[in-house]
Design a protein around this ligand. Structure first.
Ligand code: BGC
Length: 901
């Protein structure tokens, strides 16, 4: 199906160009997909110089942007007249269509701005202006919040407005979770808001447009609060990272403009009323206990009698920075109909959702008041059909609902989430049916940007597991798992899977926030914890975990061309690298403990630690280079060189051509990072591949650290065939084994374990192979030294027994796609390159092939071993061994290679 959608997209692309010429709109078309700080039409950003990006469209091939003009206006009408009273960039001679920095008048707080953009193409022709987009500032720095943090389970306040509301905004956050309600309705679709941050340092607020929710006359504003990560603690974390706060609190500000210009500000303070509502207990890990008999109908409506409510207590709250939440929120993204119900014991019903998922269920029941329905969540069932909760650790993961007896009741929890496939229902009044429950899929609602499909079904199955595991592990931070009492921002897991996540989902704003979270969690001496926000793990963290900081910054630079991330984090990264240096004696770093996590063959942690040390210092040197800090780039490159020498001296055995103890992880890391002395490289490669093929019958022995290096390395070594064999392996240990054993998300361990130990059924860390699917089998790569997909390398690995594969990624510059088919003597390759980008298209010929002819569309572009010019967009072609390499400009291309075997 996804292949079909690639074709549909490609078709639309052509159609667009075609329609363009029918209607006389030849040439550059209006830019689309306008983004501000990676978000489309964001509400509430607190950046003084936001960055814009747009996607270019053109009816012709090989087109780039030679100039652009951005208009920003304070009123939509102004923009309609093509004037930008806030910023008119004029024609900027630049090919920047991403990360273009705002350079207009200082932005005001709480204001909506309208913007659009046009561009000039290669011939110097201007496109029409794009449709208008908008962004709105939140409460910018310097704007003091007037509200106070107030405590309470349910909070309310009535506001009388003596006029028509023309514009109203709510700025709201909580230490814990909130649900904001106005005049009887929930505001917005966010759940589990705000994002989990290191609250004492930084709290994120959300901006809502509430104009249409308020009315002239009486209004009621209400909030329900849950403890979330703010109060979770004692039972789970060591005292120094115990609960941040004792009780959840709310901070809110409503700015209301009435007709005639009057403005009214409503803030959270001691004038609010508080009461204990129906949520009796709430806990991220343990679930929610809800007593519907305690509901107070009308509490969030004006006119409710709150005389029995007490005054809300104002408390100190957080003294940290209040920042705008500038990333996709957590939302209920889907509803699932249960697949089946079992009744393993009298009164015990076990619903199977058919998919391991994150979120909760919506319950429907009808029964007498006081009936208690218990929902217990599990990833597995025992052979007798009862739920197996041995994988969820200390988390109670249950919701208890007490009926109020008033007709058909519907309940879903607000301030918890579970990782589960099965739901055990007990205490249900009567016999439940499939309609008694709906699965509610909840996670950070990142958009999907990628698709990958191949003719080998096991790859598609693995891709599906990766999708689910990745999404169910996005809860405002990248988590390790979603079910047991962890769900932590384990940084090793985050770095291992970031490249995969960036190919599949729109992660730019998400990781921008997480990188800030990392900075917030950094200690004054530069060291970093294992988990961010810090709750679990060691201090300092293991290097493979700490390294998420430089690596995520680097991936943001590579994938999205985000130089600002490098600039903003440079000093803190340097502090981190200096921390490592100050603890490395003789270039040897010994503060580590995790090594190659969940490995099958043990690789010495000392060695892995030193390799990370080398990697971090080299990365930092490259960042210094990008930022034009030549001296620092050189001095860190020199340090990296010294660490490499020490590593080789300490761990490389020239006689056996192995690093450390010669495990797959040890040798793969050394090869990937190019540590290996030239004349030993071949022998080392042989050791590695022999170990996979002969010693382990084409199986992995790595943990999740090693495998991240191994797969792309094999492709770089020209051994995609072997990487492929590992990818489609279905016996233990392999991804395919998980599929065959019925997994619907990736396991934490290669082993199938279901007992009481570390064995989550939903970990994303082995999902790094997802990046390899796109890069190797799909063939979508950045050109070396290019960032943000300006220069692309399409190099599909056409491996034995795969007849076709296709991948598509909506990159920051637009859609890049590549799909191929292979049958004896024929290879076809469809490629899409966005406007303002170009690509190297690498088509492999078969070993024994002669008389190779390559056509693009109906023109011959390669014949008699030579490039044939004349096809628009295909600028050059060369041969590199068995590979034919074309240089192409933007556009859609259909290559077809034929030859005699
Ligand atoms: C987590 C892992 C994590 C590891 C590191 C585990 O408990 O679930 O994913 O990386 O600990 O120690």
């Amino acid at each position: 199906m996804p292949l079909l959608s690639i074709r549909i997209i490609a078709g639309l692309f052509l159609l667009l160009g075609f329609a363009g010429s029918i209607y006389g709109a030849d040439g550059p078309l209006a830019p689309t997909d306008l983004r501000c700080e990676y978000l489309s039409n964001p509400l509430g950003i607190d950046v003084q110089k936001p960055r814009f990006s747009w996607v270019l469209q053109h009816t012709e091939r090989a087109q780039a942007q030679t100039g652009y003009q951005v208009l920003v206006a304070g009123q939509a009408e102004g923009l309609g007249r093509d004037t930008g009273d806030v910023w008119d960039s004029g024609k900027v001679d630049s090919n920047d269509s991403i990360q273009a920095v705002y350079a207009g008048k200082p932005l005001a707080s709480g204001k909506t701005y309208y913007w659009k953009v046009r561009y000039w193409d290669t011939a110097g022709d201007a496109s029409p202006y794009s449709a208008a987009a908008q962004f709105e500032t939140g409460l910018l720095a310097g704007e003091n919040w007037k509200g106070q943090w107030i405590e309470g389970n349910m909070l309310r306040k009535e506001v009388t407005l003596d006029g028509k509301v023309v514009r109203a905004r709510a700025y709201v956050t909580a230490l814990g979770y909130y649900e904001l309600r106005i005049n009887g309705e929930k505001v917005g679709r966010n759940v589990l808001d705000p994002a989990w941050t290191t609250y004492p340092k930084r709290v994120l607020y959300t901006t809502y447009d509430i104009t249409r929710r308020l009315r002239s006359g009486k209004n009621a504003v209400g909030a329900m609060l849950g403890g979330g990560w703010a109060t979770l603690g004692k039972r789970f974390f060591s005292p120094d990272v115990g609960p941040y706060y004792q009780a959840p609190t709310l901070l809110l500000e409503l700015n209301i403009e009435l007709e005639g210009g009057k403005t009214i500000r409503v803030v959270s303070d001691g004038s609010w009323k508080a009461a204990q509502g129906p949520i009796v207990i709430d806990s991220v890990y343990d679930g929610e206990v809800y007593d519907a008999r305690r509901e107070m109908p009308g509490w969030d409506q004006p006119g409710f009698d709150d005389s029995s409510w007490s005054a809300a207590k104002s408390v100190e709250g957080s003294k940290g920075t209040l920042s705008a939440q500038m990333m996709p929120p957590i939302r209920v993204v889907d509803s699932m109909v249960p697949r089946s119900i079992a009744n393993p014991k009298p009164g015990v019903f076990v619903f199977d959702m058919g998919q391991n998922m994150s979120g909760w269920v919506q319950l429907r029941a009808h029964g007498p008041a006081g009936t208690q329905v218990m929902l217990r969540f599990a990833e597995l069932v025992y052979p007798d059909g009862m739920i197996n909760r041995e994988t969820i650790g200390q988390a109670k993961s249950r919701d208890i609902y007490t009926l109020n007896g008033e007709g058909e009741e519907t309940y879903e929890p607000r301030f918890t989430y579970h990782g589960f496939r099965y739901v055990e229902v007990t205490g249900y009044p009567g016999t439940p049916s499939l309609d008694s429950l709906r699965g509610r899929v909840v996670h950070t609602a990142v958009g999907m940007v990628g698709s990958f499909v191949a003719s080998k079904q096991i790859l598609n199955d693995i891709q599906r597991l990766i999708h689910w595991s990745q999404l169910t592990n996005l809860f405002s931070i990248p988590t390790d798992c979603d079910q047991r009492n962890e769900r932590q921002g384990w940084m090793g897991d985050a770095q291992a899977t970031a490249e995969e996540a960036m190919m599949n989902f729109d992660m730019a704003a998400f990781y921008t926030n997480f990188i800030r979270d990392i900075r917030d969690a950094q200690f004054p001496d530069g060291q970093l914890p294992d988990t961010v926000p810090r709750k679990y793990g060691g201090v300092p963290g293991d290097l493979g975990w700490e390294t998420a900081y430089p690596l995520l910054c680097w991936y943001m630079w590579q994938q999205y061309g985000d130089r600002r991330i490098l600039e903003e984090n440079y000093d803190a990264l340097k502090k981190y690298v200096e921390f490592l240096r100050s603890h490395a004696q003789g270039n040897v770093y010994r503060l580590h403990w995790e090594g190659d996590w969940v490995e099958l063959a043990h690789t010495p942690g000392d060695y892995i630690g030193d390799v990370w040390y080398y990697y971090d210092v080299s990365l930092f040197s490259r960042m210094a280079q990008v930022l034009g800090k030549a001296d620092e780039a050189a001095s860190y490159a020199q340090l990296a060189g010294e660490i490499k020498d020490t590593l080789n001296h300490t761990y490389f055995d020239a006689n056996t051509a192995n690093y450390a103890n010669g495990t797959q992880t040890a040798n793969a890391m050394a090869l990937f990072l190019d540590l290996v002395p030239k004349d030993h490289r071949d022998a080392l490669v042989r050791n590695l591949t022999d170990d996979i093929v002969y010693a382990h019958n084409t199986h992995l022995t790595t943990g999740f650290i090693g495998v991240k290096f191994l797969m792309p390395l094999l492709t770089a070594l020209g051994r995609s065939d072997l990487a492929y064999d590992l990818a489609v392996q279905t016996t233990y240990p392999s991804w395919g084994y998980m599929v065959k054993r019925g997994a619907t998300t990736l396991w934490e361990l290669w082993q199938e374990k279901t007992g009481p130990a570390m064995n989550s059924q939903d970990h994303i860390m082995f999902g790094s192979v997802g990046a390899w699917f796109y890069n190797a089998l799909g063939g979508i790569n950045l050109s070396p030294d290019s960032v943000g997909y300006q220069h692309i390398r399409i190099a599909p690995q056409i491996v034995e027994d795969l007849n076709w594969a296709g991948a598509s990624v909506d990159t920051i510059r637009g859609t890049v796609s590549s799909s191929w088919t292979h049958s004896p003597g024929i290879i076809t390759l469809e490629v899409t390159v966005p406007v303002n980008s170009d690509a190297q298209v690498v088509i492999p010929t078969e070993e024994q092939m002669t008389d190779v002819v390559i056509r693009e569309g109906d023109r011959v572009v390669w014949e008699n071993g030579r490039y044939v010019s004349g096809d628009p967009g295909v600028k050059a072609g060369t041969q590199d061994g068995r590979l034919v390499v074309f240089q192409v400009g933007s556009g859609h291309y259909s290559f077809r290679l034929t030859g005699e075997e």
